[in-house]
Design a binder for this molecule. Structure first.
Ligand code: ADP
Length: 290
């Protein structure tokens, strides 16, 4: 299955152009849409979920014309928005059952089996009778995925999912997404580079409404091999340094200030070569815009 986005543009009534001629082809698997805040990620996610209209462009899920066939899309879409509302006094199992009904699954036994299967899949079976208001951040996110999984979707959209999760919850959530992504298209929109590098088989970087690159994370990291260099710059004048070198990022470690730069050849012996990571690709790509 492929999701194909052709020439999608959106300008809000206040004049902000949130999407500028976006085209992407997204295959089965976990797809990372990476970009800074305000890049246009949520606008793109909401447009694919048909919650808002673009000014231009088309979106196809194989032969389904999403923007024209909204009802058909609803049957096969699972969506976890950034802000996910639920009734805090409801028990997890009851709320999923109701959402199942809203999805049109009228057979009681079928609903029961589906809810049980999904609660087990997202590891909330033990908490099924707990009120949602008592759930931790990680449990809420997994419940969000559970509701997105109802009705066996073919396409799942997850918008900025790991904000506020502790490292353990985040890893658990990642494992769950990776498992789901084996079978269907899962689009993960995020500004957190590690979410993408750990998980995604395919990705794009978006900024100011424009897709800057669509790539395989592993492949693009290899292309940066041998081109990233690090140096301790504690006490150095950064302004002069930035004029001389292509600075990618700086980090503080054990009280020292390290800088990473991009250079195709050894800049000088003060630098040491370091392994490239997706963050290098991300910052390099963002700073490469005219
Ligand atoms: P992201 O999800 O990457 O943070 P958004 O899609 O939310 O980006 O926003 C892209 C741009 O569009 C931003 O400049 C944002 O302020 C603007 N924007 C988003 N939603 C609206 C809206 N409903 N009305 C006007 N401007 C909006």
């Amino acid at each position: 299955m492929n999701l194909t986005i052709n020439n999608l543009s959106k300008t809000y009534s206040n004049g902000v152009q949130a999407l500028n001629d976006v085209s992407l082809t997204i295959p089965n698997g976990l797809f990372g849409l990476l970009g800074p805040n305000g890049a246009g990620k949520s606008t793109l996610m909401r447009t694919i979920a048909t919650l808002q209209e673009p000014n231009n462009g088309e979106i196809w899920l194989d032969n389904l014309n999403i923007l024209e066939q909204k009802q058909e899309l609803k049957q096969i879409l699972g969506y976890l928005p950034q802000e996910f509302g639920f009734y805090p006094k409801d028990r997890a199992i009851n709320q999923l059952d109701q959402l199942c009904m809203l999805k049109g699954i009228n057979n009681k036994l079928e609903r029961k089996q589906m809810v049980e299967y999904i609660l087990k899949k997202v590891n909330l079976w033990e908490a099924r009778k707990q009120k949602l208001g008592t759930f931790s951040g990680g449990m809420k996110q997994r419940f969000g995925i559970a509701q997105a999984l109802l009705g066996n979707p073919k396409l799942i959209i997850v918008d900025e999912p790991t904000a506020g999760l502790d490292p353990y919850e985040r890893r658990r959530f990642h494992n769950l997404l990776a498992e789901i992504g084996k079978e269907i298209i899962v689009i993960l929109s995020t500004h957190i580079v590690d979410d993408v590098s750990n998980l995604c088989t395919n990705m794009a970087i978006i900024d100011r409404g424009t897709i800057l690159i669509q790539t395989d994370p592993g492949e693009i990291i290899k292309e940066f091999d041998g081109k990233i260099w690090e140096k301790d710059i504690t006490g150095i004048n950064m302004v002069a340094f930035e004029k001389e070198y292509r600075v990618i990022s700086t980090r503080l470690f054990a009280g020292k200030n390290f800088v990473r730069i991009y250079s195709e050849t050894n800049p000088n012996e003060d630098f040491r070569p370091v392994e490239s990571i997706l963050e290098d690709v991300y910052f390099y790509t963002l700073s490469n815009q005219s």
